[in-house]
Design a protein around this ligand. Structure first.
Ligand code: NAP
Length: 296
């Protein structure tokens, strides 16, 4: 393997430790303990697993977390009433509505109901809109895209003037990552399902962020030698040698890419752990905003 490994697990652990320390300092000073409320609507098993992981991480960081579950046939008004109640609760600094919502609910409208100052997932249309405007700052940046940027900064990747290629344009990963890279002065190309000659475009990339959800889609000979590769993909592939019957792989063929890239994130252990660490950081930030502090 030629590439340097970008160890998201270790980087996330040290960030979580830093958040824990700052939470403790707040409490020692008599400031309120940061509080996160999560809202799940329906019975999506993956959502339940993610939310459980978020609660566990909050507990470890000393952050209060309160879970709310609504049935899958909850109405738009019921979901929004709960969000409004949480907006008004001074013990709750961050509100996370776990996506996707069941069909029939207007996701954008629900996200729009979350108080901007409590939008720790960063998906409020105003926060996303600010991300897209030059010189405007969102109050919160969505956790996975923020994690991608943190890994790039942490690995010392120069972004100003770099050719960055983002594979995928979803609202939760591809598009916000692209906007953040533009803010960091990279020249960004966004690829999606209609893009022609993706291998040719990737061959020009100094920085590649892959978020397509296709196992090992990017091949080693597409990568420019020395490029920095951030693999957001988390895909299950069958593996009879594992007790579970599957293993997780990214959107990049790791073994091939690691022979060519300058640095690369593994899957698992790359972007994944950063997502939760960033949520904790955003929740701490929300508590500091509620104190009335200037937050840089
Ligand atoms: P998504 O909503 O399904 O979006 C996939 C994107 O990839 C779309 O923009 C789609 O293009 C594009 N695409 C699909 N097939 C393509 C192809 N053959 N060539 C080029 N582009 C193609 O997925 P997502 O939510 O962004 O997630 C992407 C991956 O990241 C998944 O593996 C997911 O599990 C993972 N993920 C990881 C984390 C984490 O914490 N590590 C968080 C979120 C997501 P169109 O827009 O044209 O359809």
């Amino acid at each position: 393997m030629r590439a340097t490994l970008i160890d998201g697990k270790a980087i996330a652990e040290s960030l979580r430790e830093e958040v824990k320390q700052k939470v403790r300092e707040r409490i020692d000073k008599g400031l309120p303990t940061p509080g996160l409320a999560t809202v799940i609507v329906g019975e999506n098993p993956a959502s339940k697993v993610y939310v459980r992981m978020k609660h566990k991480a909050c507990q470890e960081a000393g952050i209060i977390s309160v879970g709310h579950e609504l049935p899958k046939d909850a109405t738009q008004d019921e979901v929004e009433d709960l969000v409004r109640k949480l907006n008004a609760d001074p013990k709750i600094h961050g509100i996370l509505v776990q996506l996707p919502l069941p069909a029939g609910l207007d996701e954008e409208h629900v996200l729009n109901t979350i108080s901007l100052q409590k939008d720790v997932d960063g998906f409020h249309p105003i926060n996303i809109g600010r991300l897209a405007q030059k010189g405007r700052e969102p109050l919160f940046i969505p956790a996975t895209p923020a994690g991608v940027m943190y890994l790039l900064e942490h690995s010392g990747t120069p972004l100003a003037g770099a050719n960055a290629v983002v594979l995928g344009r979803s609202n939760i990963v591809g598009m916000p990552v692209s906007l953040l890279l533009v803010s960091a002065n990279a020249t960004v190309t966004i690829c999606h399902s209609r893009t022609k000659d993706i291998p040719g475009i990737i061959r020009e990339a100094d920085v590649l962020v892959a978020a397509v959800g296709i196992p090992e889609y990017v091949r080693g000979d597409w990568i420019k030698p020395g490029a920095i590769v951030i693999d957001v993909g988390v895909n299950r592939v069958e593996d009879d040698t594992r007790k579970s019957g599957y293993r997780l792989v990214g959107d990049v063929n790791f073994d091939e890419a690691a022979e060519v890239a300058g640095a690369i994130t593994p899957v698992p252990g790359g972007v994944g752990p950063m997502t939760i660490a960033m949520l904790l950081r955003n929740t701490l930030r929300a508590a500091r905003l509620a104190d009335g502090n200037h937050v840089e």
